[in-house]
Design a protein. Structure first.
Length: 314
C-alpha cells in the first residue's frame, strides 16, 4: 500500500504525525504538503494518490494542534510551544529534511493550503534554495486592518480566558463573514466548497472546524506580521517557480483581490517566476471543489514541467 503514517520526532521533542503516500515504482519528485487550519493532512489523500500516478511521493505533516499530532480532540487548536508560528515553520522544514533523507537527490516541491500556505511562504523565505517549486493554494497577501485586529484580540483573549482555551469568538471574527456572498447557505462552512458532499464530510468530522485557541490565533497574527516583510520576501530565490491558485469566490483570498496582492508583492520583491491561476466560481478548498479534477490536472502539469535537474539541499 502506498499510504502510511509515522511519527517524526522534531528538534524540540514533539512527535509530528507525517502522512505519506509513496509510489510503488519510479519516484521522480517529492511534494511536501502543508495543510490548512482546522483540518488534517489525510484529507489530501485523493490529490496524493493522483500525484503518485505521476511518480511523485507526498509527505504531509499534521500541524501542531491538528490531527494525529494533536492526538486527541481536547488538544485540537492548541500550540504549546514558544514562538509557535516559527516552530510550526520549523516543523515543516524538518519534514522536508525527513523526506529528502528518504529520497536523496530528488527535487522537492513545497505546497501549502490556506494557513499551510503561510507556513510554506515562510519556509521559502528562509530556505528557498532547497526547493524546486512552491504552490500556494487559498492564500492571500496582507490585510493590515484584519491582521492587526487579530493580533490585538488574540492577546486580549489569552489574558481573559487563557492561552489554550478554545475561542469561538476568535473563530467568528476570522471566519464568521465567509458565507456573506453565498445566497441561502445551508451550513456555516459552505464557503469551503460548492460540493455539498465535501462540506457535509467536513462538518461531520470532529477533527475539522473546531475552535482554535487564542495562542493559535496569536501565532497566525505573528505570521502575518512576519511573512510579508520586504526583506524576507527578497530572500526568496528570484528564479524559484511559484504558483498561486485561488477561487474567485474564495473569501480568504478576498475573492481574488488579496490573491493578486500577494502575487504583486512577490513580483515587486524580485521573484521572476510567479504565476496566479484564479478558478472562476471556485471556493476556498479547490482540491475539494467541483473543478477539483481540472485543478489537480493543472497542478500535475505545472509540477511535471519543473526540471528534474534541480536538487534539494540538506
Amino acid at each position: 500500500m502506498p499510504y502510511d503514517c509515522n511519527f517524526l520526532t522534531v528538534s524540540d521533542g514533539e512527535h509530528l504525525a507525517v502522512h505519506q503516500w509513496i509510489p510503488e515504482n519510479g519516484i521522480q519528485k517529492i511534494i511536501v504538503l502543508s495543510h490548512g487550519m482546522m483540518e488534517f493532512a489525510a484529507r489530501y489523500e485523493r490529490f496524493a494518490l493522483k500525484a503518485n500516478e505521476q511518480g511523485i511521493a507526498v509527505y504531509a505533516p499534521d500541524h501542531r494542534g491538528h490531527g494525529r499530532t494533536a492526538g486527541s480532540l481536547s488538544r485540537l487548536g492548541i500550540v504549546a510551544a514558544p514562538r509557535p508560528f516559527d516552530r510550526m515553520s520549523a516543523d515543516l522544514r524538518e519534514t522536508v529534511d525527513h523526506a529528502s533523507l528518504r529520497h536523496p537527490g530528488l527535487p522537492v516541491i513545497l505546497m501549502g493550503h490556506s494557513f499551510g500556505s503561510f507556513l510554506a511562504l515562510h519556509c521559502i523565505e528562509i530556505q528557498g534554495t532547497r526547493f524546486s517549486g512552491c504552490i500556494l493554494s487559498g492564500s492571500r497577501g496582507p490585510d493590515p486592518i484584519m491582521d492587526k485586529a487579530l493580533r490585538i484580540l488574540s492577546f486580549k483573549m489569552s489574558v481573559l480566558t487563557g492561552r489554550d482555551k478554545p475561542s469561538p469568538f476568535l473563530n467568528t471574527l476570522a471566519f464568521g463573514s465567509c458565507n456573506k456572498r453565498i445566497p441561502h447557505p445551508a451550513t456555516s462552512n459552505d464557503w469551503l466548497s460548492r460540493d455539498e458532499a465535501e462540506v457535509a464530510a467536513y462538518n461531520a468530522s470532529p477533527w475539522c472546524g473546531f475552535a482554535c485557541s487564542p495562542g493559535f490565533y496569536g501565532a497566525l497574527g505573528t505570521g502575518f506580521a512576519t511573512i510579508y516583510r520586504k526583506k524576507l520576501l527578497q530572500a526568496i530565490p528570484e528564479m524559484l517557480p511559484i504558483l498561486l491558485i485561488s477561487g474567485t469566490d474564495d473569501p480568504i483570498g478576498g475573492y481574488g483581490v488579496l490573491s493578486r496582492k500577494l502575487c504583486v508583492r512577490l513580483q515587486n520583491a524580485g521573484i521572476r517566476n510567479v504565476s496566479l491561476s484564479l478558478y472562476q466560481d471556485g471556493r476556498h478548498e479547490l482540491l475539494n471543489d467541483l473543478d477539483r479534477d481540472q485543478v489537480t490536472q493543472d497542478l500535475m502539469s505545472w509540477i511535471n514541467a519543473l526540471p528534474l535537474t534541480q536538487k534539494s539541499n540538506l
